[in-house]
Design a protein around this ligand. Structure first.
Ligand code: PEP
Ligand code: MG
Length: 755
């Protein structure tokens, strides 16, 4: 009666002995085929490997004709072996030739074999090969035999990914270079060519076999304890446990961490002779294969959560807990991660970092904000990329289009290398403009400033040739740390910013948290509409201690200098007056205490809430300056959530409604001689900035990379001519001024370069 000749533990040990031999990769595979055949008492055992052409190549066999090795190939989906490769599922057949997918390969001589058992060789959820046994006599293979084959497949999976085997594969004319084209959302423009660096490198399992089952189960339990504690800590420290969608995700994670079914499967694998880490990997691999084929996005997401947990468990068990930032980086690193916190990104050596690809993360995510500050191209929402790439894979990303090419062919590589050269040439042109002022052809001087929020932003002030920092988002420092930064820490930070800016002005915006800007240690109530909720200056006035501490830090940091402070989300004049009063009283306290104070303090308000447009007359009498936050102003004017990707392109900042609102603000400020600037995203688009200058804005603040293109536009613009045209466009209505503006630019030689 056919039954495994030896138990799985003995088989594993023998496999390990084979692996340790001083033999070529081919010899090892031949020996494994022979070993499995005798173990399962089969006449045939064959190992098929998925090659560069995405075909399953017969790589080793015991029982089939030797001449067929490296010649017999099946496409994915073709024949029984191809069917297993496509479905990632086991096929156990007593009459293989009766199966509709059966395909006869004459070179192998397999027509005499009736029964067939094939299992996928899975690595990270991808089928990298198929392991098959066959017998002449019709028979159904037992569960133990399936188990033996699966165990062997797991060991083979590691071997097929080893450098030792990959060079063997290359010697057979096939490089492991399956091309992959993925798409995500471009979060920061730019093109990067380099090699994959997995933020969390794949765990390497060195010990597959264990003799002491109880000891392995005890190791597993201890690791599960750690895992559960980690999940609980995550839930409590993020403070997100009571926030709708987050709560649901965390609950799912907690549920998996305590799921008996999952744990039992791992324990079963240990009882079959695997070490705890090999058992976790084995169960995880099956889950991944199902995940990649799961059509329902919700279920797929949940399987993804489980995969994350299994990964963490593996790291705990093997002690491999660091990220790639701690190791030696290649010169052209493109970091690929599921998700990442902003501080983790800053751990990487900037000089070697070329780009970032994330599975999670949208445009407003903190890590994307930091990546923009580092000026590296970023693509987010690239589903399952970490499952499909390996460290060292060639990779290209285009942050403008969201395209990611993995293991690209030479043509694509060439095309992108050309793009990089073009980009560099264009940047060189902007560099030449750096020392030139932004003056229109008819002599209007425009002040171009940068938006910043981190110390890594500061060198851009010099590089871009900007006139100053028009918006310093102070909340970024708060978002980066796990605990509230103390007043002294804030002061040090602001002082460093002012020092780096030298004579150039910096406009500090007080804390704008709430809405999508989550600060982990502020536990706030769940809100239905957080963007219109308790945020920014509203929070600052209701909880004055925090704002007071920040104002004090700013006043001290600017001792002897001119300090510009502005308040976000001001909705009525009284809010501004209260905030200004707070600044004045802190100043007074400092004077009384004999502390050094700024030479001058200028206070301003952001115009982000439409209600403020109807109070401009009163407001301009009190403020030293205004700054239009066009991102929020757009969102509230059009009632369109700025972080909802479905609405991202629905309303145009050059819609007459928005342009009229901007016109009203510009006029009110002109009449009162109040300085006004604009610091939303539109300031960084040359065409939008052209319209702003046409409306009379002479100060703009934007991402550093936009300064060059906007300056080039300004220097080729006749502002007077545009202002006249703009009047007639506004009088005639229409849906957007974009097309008219583009025609004007073209006909009048205004240079519009993209970033
Ligand atoms: C804005 O709303 O336009 C703005 C500049 O502020 P933030 O993008 O930080 O909300
Ligand atoms: Mg805003």
């Amino acid at each position: 009666m056919p039954y495994p000749a030896v138990g799985p533990r003995v088989l594993l040990r023998r496999l390990r002995e084979v692996m340790a031999e001083q033999e070529t990769a081919q010899e090892k595979l031949d020996r494994i085929a022979a070993l499995v055949a005798s173990n399962v008492v089969a006449e045939v055992c064959s190992i098929y490997v998925r090659d560069d052409r995405d075909e399953l190549q017969l790589f080793a066999t015991e029982g089939l004709r030797r001449e067929a090795v490296h010649r017999a190939r099946l496409k994915v989906g073709e024949g029984l072996v191809g069917t297993i490769a496509r479905s990632a599922e086991v096929l156990n057949l007593s009459d293989a030739q009766a199966h509709p997918a059966f395909r006869y390969l004459p070179e192998t001589g397999e027509e005499i074999y009736s029964s067939f058992l094939g299992v996928p060789i899975l690595r990270s959820g991808r089928v990298t090969g198929v392991l098959v046994v066959q017998n002449r006599r019709p028979r159904h293979y037992s569960e133990e035999e399936e188990e033996a084959l699966q165990t062997t497949a797991m060991v083979l999976a590691e071997f097929l990914a080893s450098p030792e085997f990959l060079s063997e594969l290359a010697a057979h004319g096939e490089k492991k270079s399956r091309r992959l084209h993925l798409r995500g959302e471009g979060l920061n423009a730019g093109v990067a060519l380099g090699q994959v660096v997995l933020h969390q490198p794949k765990v390497v399992i060195r010990n597959f076999v264990a003799d002491d089952i109880e000891a392995e189960i005890a190791r597993l339990n201890a690791a599960l304890e750690d895992l559960r504690a980690h999940v609980d800590e995550l839930i409590s420290t993020t403070g997100l446990s009571n926030q709708g969608e987050h709560a649901e995700i965390f609950e799912t994670v907690r549920m998996f961490a305590n799921d008996r079914g999952w744990v039992r499967k791992i324990e079963d694998a240990i009882r079959h002779g695997l070490s705890a880490e090999a058992a976790v990997e084995r169960v995880q691999s099956d889950n991944r294969a199902r995940m990649l084929r799961q059509p329902d996005p919700y279920l797929r997401e949940r399987m993804h959560d489980l995969d994350d947990l299994a990964n963490r468990l593996l790291r705990i068990l093997t002690g491999q807990t660091g990220t790639a930032a701690q190791g030696d980086l290649p010169r052209d690193s493109i970091v690929v991660a599921r998700s990442m916190g902003p501080a983790e990104l800053l751990d990487y050596e900037r000089a070697k970092l070329r780009g970032l690809v994330l599975e999670a993360a949208g445009a407003g995510s903190h890590v994307a904000i930091v990546a923009r500050a580092l000026e590296i191209p970023v693509i987010g929402q690239v589903d399952y990329i970490t499952d499909q790439v390996e460290n060292g894979d060639a990779i290209i990303l285009d942050g403008r289009t969201g395209d990611v090419h993995v293991r690209p062919n030479p043509d694509i590589r060439q095309a992108y290398a050309e793009k990089v050269r073009l980009y560099a040439r264009r940047q060189a042109r902007f560099t030449r403009l750096r020392g030139q002022p932004a003056i229109t052809r008819d002599g209007v001087r425009v002040s171009l400033n940068i938006n910043a929020g981190l110390l890594v932003d500061l060198p851009h002030l010099e590089d871009s040739g900007a006139d100053g920092i028009g918006l310093y988002r102070t909340e970024l420092q708060f978002m980066m740390t796990r605990a509230l930064p103390m007043r002294e820490e804030q002061e040090r930070h602001y002082r460093a910013v002012m020092k780096a800016a030298g004579d150039k002005p910096v406009v500090f915006r007080t804390l704008d948290v709430g809405s999508d800007k989550v600060v982990p240690y502020f536990k706030t109530e769940r809100e239905e509409n957080p963007a219109m909720g308790w945020r920014a200056i509203r929070m600052g006035l209701d909880r004055p201690a925090l704002l007071k501490a920040q104002v004090r830090a700013l006043l001290s940091a600017a001792a002897g200098e001119v300090l510009h402070v502005m308040f976000p989300m001001v909705t009525d004049v009284d809010e501004f007056l209260q905030a200004r009063k707070m600044v004045e009283s802190q100043l007074e306290v400092m004077r009384l205490m004999g502390k050094p104070v700024p030479r001058r303090v200028k206070t301003g308000a952001m115009v982000e809430v439409p209600a403020l447009i109807f109070q401009l007359e009163g407001l301009v009498r009190h403020v030293d300056f205004l700054s239009v936050g066009s991102n929020d102003l757009m969102q509230f004017l059009f009632a369109a959530d700025r972080s909802n990707p479905r609405l991202a392109h629905r309303f145009d900042p050059l819609h007459p409604a928005m342009v009229r609102a901007l016109d009203t603000i510009a006029r009110a400020c002109r009449d009162a001689a109040t300085p006004v600037s604009l610091c939303g995203e539109m300031a960084g688009s040359p065409l939008d900035a052209m319209i702003l200058i046409g409306l009379g804005y002479t100060s703009l603040s934007m991402a550093p990379a936009a300064v060059g293109p906007v300056k080039a536009m300004t220097r080729t613009l006749d502002r007077g001519k545009l202002a006249r045209a703009l009047r007639s466009w506004l009088d005639n209505g229409g849906t957007s001024l974009r097309e008219k503006a583009a025609v004007f630019a073209r006909d009048n030689g205004v240079k519009l370069y993209s970033r």
